[in-house]
Design a protein around this ligand. Sequence first.
Ligand SMILES: *Cc1c(COP(=O)(O)O)cnc(C)c1O
Length: 411
Amino acid sequence: MSEPLDAPADETPAADAAVPARWADAGFATRAIHVGSDPDPRTGAVVPAISVATTFAQDGVGGLRAGYEYARSANPTRDALQACLAALEGGTAAFAFASGLAAEDTLFRSVLVPGDHVVIPDDAYGGTYRLVARVLERWGVAHTPADVSDPAAVAAAVTPRTKVVWCETPTNPLLGVADVAALAEVAHAAGALLVVDSTFATPYLQQPLALGADVVVHSTTKYCGGHSDVVGGALVVGDATAPSGEPLAELLAFHQNALGAVAGPLDAWLVLRGLKTLEVRMERHCSSAERVAAHLEAHPAVREVLYPGLASHPGHAVAARQMRRFGGMVSVRLADEAAALALCERLEVFTLAESLGGVESLVEHPHRMTHASAAGSPLEVPADLVRLSVGLEDVDDLLADLDRALAPAAG
Ligand SMILES: *Cc1c(COP(=O)(O)O)cnc(C)c1O
């Protein structure tokens, strides 16, 4: 009963997630390791506690000790993660959710009303497409798929009711690259928000807010968590206002609590731990993916390699401008679906499984697996495509595994 339905955002420590002055000039890895992880003032513990309490004692009615009242509204472990994520993206506030899709749903419902329209990538993550086309559609929100690597195509898809331009970069699974600064101009000229799903890039490889985006989305299930042991999502914002004129950070703080799809304390802690090694992991993911992409580009059984780090990639120049390196995801097109399925099944060091971004290398067939929900839609993925998440094993073992698995096809 005492839980306020519309507590002012400044009552929750989560809303004040800007970089602490002490780390304002610190580099990426230093922030990742320290923001949100100050030693415990009482015990000196260098790792934040996993705070499982659902409720917090009050010193008299309304006398909250550190702003904490009820754990859906704010939880110390989640606050630690949110502070770290905001610092890594160069945002003013971050919000952690139970999954990437919970983050997306909360964002859409924070900024859209029936009658609004969104532009989505024509190769969006299948779950994003399903949320927009099969759920939001029923609530009166229309959408248009567009090639987000072409700002003119996005501009042509915008309508007077467009409130959100959504992009992924690089895209899942075709590794398309969107020019974030160019799309920000298109979205803002239309009075819409530019949202960037930066799951593949992580805050280490690209920082969309600095390029003009209004909201950054992460499935922290992937590289941020990094160990295939936690499902989570996040939204990060700067100072932008919603199309309604309200500050986005306040709107999201309200809806995170009102909708309630928050990250649990153990999940928040696992993602925070993952972030501490994000830089070293991403450096190795990128180095190995570069080797894998170059190796496969020269392989006779491979028709095409999709990797933004290759000079042959149509988005290479944009990626080189807006990303630090090119990421750990590599997609390949083979002769046909049978060859794609055979590669998936013959690999041994790469595990056949959905998801990505963990320490272990994974392979999957998007058409039948992650992107099956897009079958028959404009977003259908080619059946000859195989997606690789290049992990942190010895790269020579990965190359040997690929050669072995491709040998019959090349023969
Ligand atoms: C996995 C993924 C999502 C959805 O995240 P979940 O944590 O699975 O809900 C969204 N966008 C991209 C690019 C993804 O890879």
